[in-house]
Write a protein that binds this ligand. Sequence first.
Ligand code: C2E
Ligand code: MG
Ligand code: MG
Length: 600
Amino acid sequence: MCVLAQAVMNTLTDPALFAPLSTEAARLDALRRLDLLDTPPSEAFDRITRMAAHLFDLPIAAVSLTDSDRQWFKSKYGIEHDSIPRFKAPCGMVADSNGMLIVSDLLAHGHLCDSGLAAAGIRFYAGAPLTTSDGHTLGAMCVLGTEPRQVTPAESQALRDMATMVMAQIELQHALGRVDPISRLPNRNQFISDFTDIELAEPAGELRLAALVSLATPQQLSDAQRVMGSGYVDEMVRDAVPQLRLAGAGKIYHVATTQFAFMAPRGAALETFRLQMQSWLDAHASYGQARFLTTTTIGIAPFTVGETEGLDLLRNMHSAAHDALAERRVRVFSAEHDAILQRRFWLVSAFGAALSSPGQLHLVFQPKVSMTGGACVGVEALLRWTHPEQGDISPGEFIPLIEATSLARATTEWVLDAALRQMAAWRDAGLTLQVAVNVSAVNLEEPDFCGRVLALLEQHGLAPSCLALELTESALMRNAKVAQATLERLAHAGVQLAIDDFGTGYSSLAYLQSLPANVVKIDQSFIRNLGQDERRRALVQTMIKLSHDLGHKVVAEGVETVEVETFLRAAGCDEVQGYLYARPLGAEALVEWLAGRAAN
Ligand code: C2E
Ligand code: MG
Ligand code: MG
């Protein structure tokens, strides 16, 4: 056993030396906040400990932190243990008394003579307090020797200086991760840590408010950085800090590049706080050089002490500040709106998983029927998603979300592959049909889209004319030039192209005329309620005539009644699709449906 460890077995436990409990609780709190206990050794501290041992020419030195029941060595020289019991350690006395402790000869000090330190051969101890900038003593910078020894004033000062160096190192390391270098305000880490303290200090269940000021949108931030460089954004932040101090009393946190958060005072009422934020926004948000280029918004989020996580609170405030963009104002977080956003986010990530896990996705096929003769001329492949826990999820809900992400490429690839595989199987069984697949706007911007479609057709041994691609007007208009080039290549190869949901977009007729599409599908919103509505009927008649004049075949979607069918036939519509004939069907059900029609 090492000298010190033996010595402390029966050292000093003088209750008079202990600090009052409340001071001790604050001291321990200060120690814990620094997140130092049980961290790995660090050369920055070991260097100082070695220096202390050499300076005093002694075998033992340590940076010793006083935890509730132990002395833990952040740095040690000549000691094997990582920690020893607190109440047997002289460093604990330094922490309790807040002062320097020098024991020149243990044997000459009444109550210390009996201690285990002396028995273990320790005769000399000197410890200088490790005190934080706000006055809490965390432990001691200490040196120990096996001979009695005097300490000169210069040595005593050197030990104090080394204790100060250790504390400077500790506080600097701590501050580095918690203060923003530009605004000099506490950062997001500090926000989370202070938030945890609120949770501990305030009564659970109390309702509090927090606000987040967002100086600019991500797009504005990116534009400013591109045009002016990041120095401009730093300047914007520095300009904002004095203004922010007028927004709310108390600590302001710099939680993201151009976002700041703070708590409303305890007891603040929501409406009063909202109005206060609004008047700050009106009066002070227009400052600095950036005021014409950026949109400042504020998000307020209520939270319940003991029930909310710091990161959730930040997310809620961020979400409200983002929603406030619509009005360039202050928005209070809405749980209902958040639920919608959460659902969207979930849908996209769960769909990503569905694409690669078998059994969740499948296709259904809805027949297209010729108006002349009533034969089924083709089918439209429609995607279906059955989530293992959530059940069936409508394409009307997930497709628009997927189309806005990079999953659009993999989704269309999956649908094309599954549809063509089914076509090949039907062809092998003697059934010839054309399949239409819906394509997303972004697919048309993929440089290899045409090549991939043709490769898939070849892979399944199908002629390009077996495939139709349905594109919405908005997809065609999104990047018209690129779309046009892709479509021309596909059309040239023999793939049929249809303009889906015709009439719902804002495409110019001149542009539609220049497209290599051969089919127009009139959107079901025009078809479903045709009834006796003369204006609607006139509109549909005009659409059919116009499309014919441009050389397109016309398909009407959403035909549900014989009355509508009769009208469409008279108007010259070429093909129809709708519940009147069949709902979208699974592969086997479609074959049965076809057989049923052939029998009639
Ligand atoms: P869409 O391409 O216009 O497909 C027609 C939609 O109308 C289908 O809805 C179909 O079930 C429905 N429908 C057909 N006949 C009738 C009818 O008589 N009455 C009524 N009320 N509805 C009818 P679904 O399957 O829910 O698909 C909705 C939309 O989701 C599709 O509209 C399409 O834009 C998109 N979608 C579906 N599958 C895919 C896919 O594989 N890829 C892409 N990109 N989009 C898809
Ligand atoms: Mg379609
Ligand atoms: Mg449609």
